[in-house]
Design a protein around this ligand. Sequence first.
Ligand code: TYD
Length: 137
Amino acid sequence: MQVVKYVFQPHGDERGQLIALEEYKDIPFEIKRVYYMYDTLEGVRRGFHAHKSLKQILVCIHGTCKVLLDNGKEKKIVPLEKPYEGLYIANNIWREMYDFSSDAVLMVFASDYYREEDYIRDYQEFLDMVNKEGKDL
Ligand code: TYD
């Protein structure tokens, strides 16, 4: 599985850093929704789902966390430790986020509005879906 990490270009000067993200330029889709997680308690693991069609970019804009990506065949652990790095997560990828530092702010850019119908929250259902899609090809 290929891990796609974007490195955003900061506009740094003597005052500090600024990062601007524009849809179809820095973010490879129309941004329909932005949400963020903060005050995540120690030891918490969240996510535990895949999306049927939603695409996302995750940016840990403060602090650090880890993301487990799973395509049904292979798993990868991706640390997010820099505010200028964005992790692209395509549809049909199971994800879990964990090891949040107490100051972590994890911001997510999403290609669609929140729709519960797009979620696959059952791991076995996820495996069945990706295995079936593989056979259809
Ligand atoms: P949840 O899906 O449990 O978050 P995670 O996958 O990161 O563990 O979402 C937590 C709550 O927030 C849940 O009640 C649904 C709600 N929610 C929204 O209303 N809009 C959103 O865009 C998201 C991501 C969640």
